[in-house]
Design a protein around this ligand. Structure first.
Ligand code: NAG
Ligand code: NAG
Ligand code: NAG
Ligand code: NAG
Length: 449
C-alpha cells in the first residue's frame, strides 16, 4: 500500500480524504456535546407569592392582580427600571428573607444609593446619586435624577383650616369634594377665573339631582424664582392673594414640569394631615374647565351606591376605591428629544401602565391615602400622570375611564355650542376668559339640549 501511495498521488488523496472528513465530524460532535453539557438554562423565577398590600386586613385589600404586578426582570441600562428593581426587591419579603431573626444582609444587591432613609429626609441631605453616569441625559432629566430621592419639602404657605367646618348649622362638616388645582405662581388670572366659576369654594348644588355638597378648592404651587428661569418677583403679590382668598398651598421646591409629581405626593400628605374628612378629590390643571355641578351628581351617585353596598354586605370597614379620568392604555414613552414629555431610553424602558391623562382626575380620599402609602415604594417618575398610574398599578388597581373627561377637547365645530357640554365633566383646555364665558352660558343651558 505504502509503495502504491508513493507512486500514485490520486490514490493517496482518495484514502486520506475520508479519514480527514471523519476526523472533522468527530471533532464537531465532541464540541457539540461539550457545549450542550456545559450549558444550563438561566434559572426561571417562579413566583408563588404575592406580597401583601399596605393593609393587613383582607377586607380592605384591593382586588388582587391576576399575575405578579411588577416586572421582576431587570431592564438593565435604564436608570429608573434599575432603581425600581432594587426597591421592589427591598420590599419583597421572600427575596429579602427574614431580617428580623438572623442578622442577614438582604439577598438582593442593593446599592448604597437606595436606602430607605433617603426617601424620607431630603431637606438636609444632599439628594445625590453619585454612582451613576448622567452625562448622556438631557439637562432637565439630570435635574430630575439629582433630586429624585427627595420627596419631603417644607410648606411655605399652608391652609390648615380648609376642611374644618366653620358653620355647624349647615350640618355638612365634611367636604364632599376637595379640588386641588396645580398652578404656578404667575398664573393669577387662571386662579381668579377658577374661583369665580367652576372652582368656587362653598356649598355647590348638583345639576340634575339638586343635592348639595361642600366643595373646597386649593391651589398647589411650587417655588417660581430665579432658579426656574428669569421671573419677576411675585412673592408679595402671591401673599396678598393668599390673604384675600386663603386657598394657596405652596411648597419649597422648584416648580418645573418634571417636579409636578411632587405636588401629588405632598398634597396627599397634606390631605392626611388637614383634610382626611373629605370624601372625594378632584386633581387637575389650571387650564381646564369642569362642570362641578354635574361632577357632584356623579359623585353623589357613587357615594350612595357605595353606602348601599356597605349596608347590604354588613361591612362597615368597606372603603370606596374610585379613580376615574380619561384613561390611556399601552402608552409608550415619548422618544422625541424635542418634546417636553421626552423620556430617554437610558432612563426608562417599557410600556407605561394604564393611566388617566393630564387635565384632571377624580378619586376617593380612601384611595388617596392608599396611594400615599404605596408611593413610598415607587420611585419618583418625571411625568405626574404616569406616576399615578404606576402607583395604582402597584396597588393592583387600574384607573376607570369616564367618557365625560375630555382631555383632548370637543370636536372643533362643537366648542361654541353650549348643548355639546351636556354630558361633559371636564374639558381641556380653556383660557380664563373662555372659562367665564362658558360658565355663564352653562348657567342658562336651554332645556331642549
Ligand atoms: C384587622 O382586623 C382585626 C379585627 O377584625 C383588628 O383587631 C386589627 O387591628 C386589624 N388590623 C389592622 C392592621 O387594621
Ligand atoms: C424570623 O426569625 C425569627 C427568629 O429566628 C423567628 O422567630 C420569626 O418567626 C421569623 N419570622 C418569619 C416571618 O419567618
Ligand atoms: C425639583 O425641585 C428641587 C428642589 O427645589 C430641585 O433641586 C430640582 O432640581 C427640581 N427638579 C427639576 C427637574 O427641576
Ligand atoms: C352585622 O355584623 C355585626 C358585627 O359585625 C353583627 O353583630 C350583626 O348581627 C350583623 N348583621 C347582619 C344583618 O348580618
Amino acid at each position: 500500500m505504502g509503495r502504491c501511495c508513493k507512486c500514485n498521488g490520486r490514490l493517496l488523496c482518495m484514502c486520506l480524504l475520508p479519514c480527514m472528513m471523519t476526523g472533522h465530524l468527530l471533532i464537531y460532535v465532541m464540541v457539540s456535546i461539550f457545549v450542550t453539557m456545559s450549558y444550563t438554562p438561566p434559572p426561571k423565577i417562579v413566583i408563588h407569592y404575592i406580597a401583601p398590600g399596605i393593609s393587613v386586613n383582607t377586607s380592605t385589600l384591593a382586588s388582587h392582580p391576576l399575575g405578579p404586578f411588577w416586572n421582576l426582570r431587570l431592564e438593565d441600562s435604564a436608570l429608573w427600571n434599575h432603581l425600581q428593581h432594587a426597591l421592589d426587591r427591598l420590599h419583597n419579603p421572600v427575596l429579602r428573607g427574614n431580617t428580623t431573626g438572623v442578622q442577614r444582609k438582604p439577598k438582593a444587591k442593593v446599592s448604597s444609593e437606595i436606602k430607605d432613609e433617603s426617601l424620607s429626609d431630603c431637606v438636609s441631605c444632599k439628594c445625590s446619586v453619585p454612582q451613576l453616569d448622567l452625562s448622556s441625559l438631557p439637562e432637565q432629566m439630570k435635574a430630575f435624577v439629582w433630586s429624585m430621592h427627595c420627596r419631603k419639602y417644607p410648606l411655605l404657605i399652608n391652609q390648615p383650616n380648609t376642611c374644618k367646618s366653620n358653620d355647624k348649622n349647615l350640618g355638612l362638616d365634611s367636604p364632599m369634594l376637595i379640588m386641588a388645582i396645580k398652578s404656578q405662581v404667575g398664573n393669577f388670572e387662571n386662579r381668579q377665573a377658577i374661583r369665580e366659576t367652576w372652582g368656587r369654594s362653598g356649598l355647590v348644588t348638583g345639576e340634575a339631582s339638586k343635592k348639595s355638597g361642600l366643595v373646597r378648592t386649593v391651589f398647589l404651587l411650587g417655588r417660581q424664582d430665579s432658579s426656574t428661569g428669569p421671573h419677576p418677583d411675585l412673592k408679595n403679590l402671591l401673599e396678598l392673594e393668599n390673604q384675600k382668598y386663603g386657598d394657596i398651598l405652596q411648597w419649597d421646591f422648584r416648580d418645573t414640569f418634571f417636579n409636578l409629581t411632587l405636588k401629588d405626593l405632598l398634597f396627599w400628605h397634606w390631605l392626611q394631615q388637614h383634610c382626611h374628612n373629605a370624601i372625594f378629590v378632584f386633581k387637575g390643571d389650571d387650564d381646564v374647565f369642569v362642570r362641578t355641578g354635574a361632577l357632584l351628581d356623579y359623585l353623589h351617585k357613587q357615594w350612595d351606591e357605595h353606602n348601599l353596598m356597605r349596608v347590604r354586605t354588613n361591612d362597615s370597614k368597606r372603603t370606596l376605591d374610585l379613580f376615574v379620568g380619561d384613561v390611556i392604555n399601552n402608552a409608550m414613552p415619548n422618544r422625541e428629544p424635542s418634546t417636553k414629555y421626552y423620556i430617554p431610553e437610558h432612563f426608562f424602558k417599557g410600556v407605561y401602565p394604564p393611566y388617566a391623562g393630564g387635565g384632571g382626575v377624580v378619586y376617593s380620599i380612601s384611595l388617596a391615602m392608599r396611594l400615599k402609602d404605596v408611593s413610598e415604594r415607587v420611585h419618583l417618575f418625571p411625568i405626574d400622570d404616569v406616576y399615578l398610574g404606576m402607583c395604582l398599578h402597584k396597588l393592583g388597581l387600574s384607573p376607570g375611564h369616564h367618557p365625560g373627561f375630555l382631555t383632548f377637547d370637543l370636536p372643533e365645530t362643537d366648542r361654541g355650542n353650549p348643548c355639546a357640554y351636556k354630558s361633559v365633566l371636564l374639558v381641556h383646555r380653556r383660557t380664563p376668559k373662555e372659562m367665564l364665558t362658558l360658565w355663564k352660558q352653562l348657567q342658562s343651558l336651554p332645556r331642549r339640549c
